[in-house]
Design a binder for this molecule. Structure first.
Ligand SMILES: [Zn+2]
Length: 1097
């Protein structure tokens, strides 16, 4: 499959040099041929071939691998077409003899196929100009106001508000969901049905708003007693103006003195205008994707809050309508569509400091011109406050979500590999930062000043180059490390353990063969699959075969090791029953080359299901299995990965033995945190040993009941591994999902035995880290393995003053061993702006990244704090962020207005989704294991994954013409948006539902399900029949494409309207009130407004 040139032989490294990642090489002398004039090495910084190509609409760029035969299909086409363009000619044409560069070979096909941007917007949305230049971006004012009223002294008459004193109606509409406060003493947690969403009753079409009569806070009326306190009976969150379209006034601040800010004119409906890049006012597209809503009286009504702006006094207007129109509050769908339309067509060029990239939901290409691609690093803000006081005031977390080994679409070049020969990569003597485009060469090029610590360093003779009249090295654009945001260095032996180049890694498959595993058909399925899957282990360069060796273990209460040496006629089994003191009974013949031992391995995989077919053993061990795998890698002196396939709570007598401690009664108590904590410290100790060995553990769980995921996932979590969970696994139902995940997991490129360090320029430093890794000190993130899906999230704090001129720099250096055993350093650089005005911070934020960070922060918080405290902390922080904006950046206006920064207008809706998630507010049907599982999954998710996970995509299938095969525009995740004459797909990266309305046309039912009526559709169906008609093909194609975009296979569930499965589906309609007590978007927005007002008063 490859594509690229194989790595050149590692040059001899004669000069032993001191330290591993910590010390600078001491001598530069003696480099041969070092000053050869460098020449261009090809097109890396020119247009990448095919760069401008746009894929045909609806066609994914990489074939979906799900359901495909192992790897061959997934890799073949990509290798030939996608990567094929980077052939010989792409590699440098004559580098200096000590600088060799090549494309990083062998990356997997970009599994997340990118769909062509959907352009099916109403015409009014299309005539946007080209994306703004960077200057425009920073000049834009981003104020979005949900204008409101000054809370009236008394509710205007005749407006349909519940009477202020109507305690019953208010409390009924706000069933004190636990979101806004603790459950009042003696009150049961609202897990039940009290929310007006009776599970099996016909759906109520307009629940969220009508139910919550927005009693405006009458003067002297009840207010929230405290920010986090319980809601009193009868209290409601008044204050948010009801009936306001999302009128927005956002002229440039410098252009208008306070008080002259324009409001949207009262009168007839405004044409929908987009304003994210332009000053002006903005209106949410009114129901453009939802069901037709009829004339919106709201739009025609005056703005009661207008007087507050000064420029349009007008007479006080009565509040015109009963409810807050959901179309008038910020819509995720609209924001996503706008960004796609505005930023999806041009490549994102990274040459400018502090640029906010397009959203993760936008399909765009990246051109590296000195900063790392947003595929590698995304920040909560691209403009950092100069002082810690400002940062504290704003409360906006400063964090970067880093995906060091992110896979790229085929159109984008993998990082070049730079070989600086024996001396190794050039670094700053003091802070050890690696050479990068921001280093400043001085004294005619003989020295350079470090951009991170300002230390002046000598340039080694072999690296010397003259400067041009601008002070830039004349070879700057020929060297990746001087011109690109991301590149790799070949590491010298100093960067290797024990000063020895590593051996290629190994994979060990460790299979539970207890009764449950055999009975469910798992063992037979797995063994059958492995026979072919082993041919597709990750490879590098033009290698004919993978360098990775494999080994096999089966286990229940005891472990069975297999000798699969190629010279054997039959595999040999060795049993270790002393699980208390695990050792590896054989070295020779345990880890083998797949090709050499193919016959023996096939024979073994044929025999395993037979050998244990009649087992009655139900008990299993767990820790000793990991121990055994780790010891085997240690004995073989290599890093590697264990693939564990495990079914039950390990109750057999052995280290790491667990007991069933599941207790749902702990939910909403101070002890709830124990459900997320491991029940024994043994696994942390074990994980630490694994990390030291570079032993990454991937765990596939097949539980029929509680298995204590919180404890079993400790080792995968700390070693950079993955956990997959298939509850109540049955081959016939779950085979496709499991095999698809397994194939992807086995084939994916992994960096082993990795250490990551994030350096920063003076003034800020990395203080906190989130993800699947281990840390032994405060700076080095240790990863036994790191794959292209996993992120490490880093939070920064000030330790000094920053200045606007210099900005702030980040450099992420990942040292790792490639699949072929090559030791490399991958470097990502990113320059950010610094600001002295808070408005600049708010204008350059990225809410998706902010939510990613906040979710991880909260999900870690539940390990040590009561869940309620964690929720309250999030709400408070969000309110502080928005209140600071309101106070310092928005023009003066009435307190009754909720004003949100343009870049953060989705913060409330997304934060509400985090607060309602299963970890922070579990529904009755969510198990303790599910919560622990999701908790650890989110920890290493990237921004795109958290975005769709917390706010699922809901796609109408039958609204657009059947011939239109592009992905339909999504609608908001609310029951209100469902029409019973339509069919919808809903996905969140883990789950996939097909919802069928009860009044769907018969023809559609026939085309899609092959049955004649709605009643004949099988509820819970997981596979659609393959039928020879356009609609069927279109839906199948869409499902395939959605699956291809996600890192885990999403199993389909067909849900019929008003069927009992619908409750499950509705859980994902996140704008609605949830059964577990989570607030609707509208209610939460009102609450947030209230919190902000309290902070401001
Ligand atoms: Zn330095």
């Amino acid at each position: 499959m490859n594509v690229n040139q194989s790595a050149p032989p590692v040059p001899p490294f004669g000069q032993p040099q001191p330290v591993y990642l910590g010390h600078h090489q001491s001598s530069y002398g003696g480099q041969p041929g070092s000053t050869t004039a460098p020449t261009s090495y090809g097109a890396y910084n020119g247009p990448v071939p095919g760069y401008q190509q746009t894929p045909p609409p609806g066609v994914s760029r990489a074939p979906p691998s799900s359901g495909a035969p192992p790897a061959s299909t997934a890799q073949g086409p990509c290798g030939q077409t996608a990567y094929g363009q980077f052939g010989q000619g792409d590699v440098q044409n004559g580098p200096s003899s000590t600088v060799q560069m090549q494309r990083l070979p062998g990356y997997q096909p970009f599994g997340s196929a990118i769909l062509a941007p959907v352009v099916s917007q109403p015409a009014v949305l299309q005539p946007y100009g080209p994306p703004p230049t960077s200057a425009q971006v920073t000049a834009q004012l981003a104020g979005m106001q949900i204008s409101g009223t000054v809370a009236p002294a008394s509710p205007p008459s005749g407006l349909g508000y519940g009477p202020p004193t109507s305690l019953a109606s208010a409390s009924g509409s706000f069933p004190n969901s636990g979101l806004y406060g603790s459950y009042p003493q003696g009150q049961a947690p609202p897990l039940g049905q009290a929310q007006g969403h009776p599970g099996t009753q016909p759906p109520q079409r307009s629940v969220p708003l009508q139910a919550s009569s927005f009693t405006p806070p009458a003067s002297g009326g009840p207010r929230m007693p405290s920010m986090t306190g319980p809601l009193l009976p009868g209290q409601s969150f008044g204050g948010l103006p009801v009936s306001q379209p999302n009128h927005v006034s956002s002229p440039a601040p410098q252009a208008l003195p306070p008080g002259t800010q324009m409001t949207g004119p009262p009168g007839p409906p405004l044409p929908p205008m987009h304003s994210s890049q332009q000053p002006g006012y903005q209106l949410q597209q009114n129901g453009s994707f939802g069901p037709t809503r009829g004339p919106q009286s709201n739009y025609g009504s005056p703005y009661p809050g207008a007087a507050a702006f000064g420029s349009q006094p007008g007479p006080p207007q009565p509040l015109p309508a009963k409810r807050l129109d959901p179309d008038a509050i910020p819509s995720p769908i609209q924001v996503i569509e706008d960004d796609r339309n505005n930023r999806g067509s041009e490549p994102f060029v990274t040459g400018v400091r502090g640029q906010v990239p397009p959203l993760v939901t936008t399909n765009f290409l990246v051109k590296d011109q000195g900063n790392a691609s947003p595929r590698y690093i995304r920040c909560t803000s691209y403009n950092i406050p100069c002082t810690s006081d400002m940062a504290k005031q704003a409360q906006v977390p400063l964090a970067a979500v880093i995906k060091p080994l992110a896979r790229l679409p085929p159109e984008e070049a993998s990082p070049y590999v730079v070989d600086h020969g024996e001396s190794g990569p050039l670094r700053c003597n003091r802070c050890k930062a690696y050479m990068c485009p921001f280093m400043q060469f001085v004294e005619g090029g003989r020295r350079f000043q470090c951009c991170f610590c300002s230390c002046i360093n000598d340039v080694p003779p072999q690296y010397f180059q003259h400067l041009d009249h601008t002070g830039k090295r004349v070879d700057a654009c020929d060297r990746p490390e001087l011109s690109l945001g991301s590149y790799e260095f070949l590491a010298t032996v100093d960067y290797c353990k024990n000063n020895k180049f590593p051996s290629p890694p190994a994979f060990i498959f460790m299979i539970d063969v207890s009764y449950n595993a055999i009975r469910s058909g798992l063992v037979r399925l797995l063994c059958e699959e492995l026979k072919s899957l082993l041919d597709f282990l990750p490879r590098e360069g033009g290698a004919e075969e993978s360098a990775i060796r494999v080994g096999f273990v089966t286990y229940n209460k005891v472990l069975h090791f297999y000798n699969v040496k190629s010279s054997l006629a039959q595999p040999q089994m060795m049993v270790v029953s002393d699980v208390g003191d695990m050792f590896v009974p054989l070295l020779d013949g345990f880890l083998v080359n797949v090709n050499e031992s193919q016959a023996v391995i096939t024979s073994l995989l044929d025999q395993i299901p037979e050998m244990f077919a009649d087992t009655r053993e139900t008990e299993t061990v767990f820790a000793p299995v990991i121990q055994a795998g780790m010891e085997a890698l240690k004995a073989a002196e290599c890093a590697g990965k264990l693939f564990l396939f495990h079914t039950s709570l390990p109750i057999a007598e052995a280290p790491g033995k667990l007991k069933n401690r599941d207790d749902r009664k702990l939910i909403n108590t101070d002890k709830e945190k124990t459900l997320f904590q491991p029940q024994t410290g043994a696994y942390q100790t074990l994980a630490k040993e694994c990390v030291a060995q570079g032993c990454c553990v991937d765990l596939f769980l097949f539980p029929n009941q509680y298995v204590d995921v919180a404890t079993l996932s400790v080792v995968p979590q700390l070693t950079g591994g993955s956990v997959y969970k298939y509850a109540c696994f049955q081959v016939e139902n779950d085979q496709e999902r499991f095999l698809s995940d397994l194939r992807r997991d086995v084939q994916k490129v992994v960096g082993f035995d990795a250490v990551m360090r994030v350096r920063t320029s003076t003034g800020i430093r990395a203080v906190d880290f989130f993800g699947a890794f281990y840390m032994n000190n405060t700076t080095d993130v240790e990863l036994a393995g790191l794959d292209g899906d996993k992120t490490v999230t880093v939070e920064f704090k000030h330790d000094d003053r920053l200045n606007e001129e210099n900005g702030a720099l980040l450099q992420c250096a990942l040292l790792y061993t490639s699949c072929a055993g090559q030791r490399r350093l991958r470097i990502h650089n990113l320059a950010l702006n610094c600001c002295t005005q808070l408005a600049d911070l708010y204008r350059n934020c990225e809410t998706d990244t902010l939510i990613n960070y906040m979710a991880k922060f909260a999900y870690r918080g539940v390990l040590s704090s009561p869940v309620k405290t964690v929720r309250d902390t999030l709400i408070t922080q969000c309110a502080q962020i928005l209140a600071c904006y309101r106070k310092n950046c928005a023009s003066p206006s009435s307190a009754g207005q909720l004003i949100l920064p343009e870049c953060m207008k989705l913060l409330p809706v997304y934060l509400n989704c985090v607060l309602k998630s299963d970890v922070l507010q579990p529904g009755a049907e969510v198990t303790t294991d599910d919560r622990a599982y999701v908790r650890q999954l989110v920890t290493s998710m990237d921004v795109a994954e958290t975005n769709v996970f917390f706010y699922p995509r809901l796609l109408p299938l039958t609204k657009s013409p059947i011939e239109n095969t592009t992905e339909p525009p999504a609608v908001r995740a609310s029951e209100e948006r469902l029409s019973n004459g339509d069919i919808y797909l809903l996905e969140n990266g883990l789950n996939l539902f097909l919802w069928v309305g009860a009044s769907v046309q018969q023809g559609v039912v026939q085309s899609l399900f092959g049955v004649s009526s709605f009643s004949q559709i099988t509820s819970g169906l997981s596979v659609l029949p393959v039928l020879d008609n356009l609609l069927s093909k279109k839906v199948q194609g869409l499902i395939d494409s959605l699956r291809a975009q996600r890192s885990r296979y999403m199993k389909l569930i067909v849900v019929k309207q008003e069927d009992k499965l619908e409750t499950l589906f509705k859980h994902f309609l996140v704008e609605d009130k949830s059964l577990s007590g989570g607030a609707s978007y509208v209610d939460f927005l009102c609450h947030m407004h209230k919190e902000i007002r309290q902070l401001l008063s």
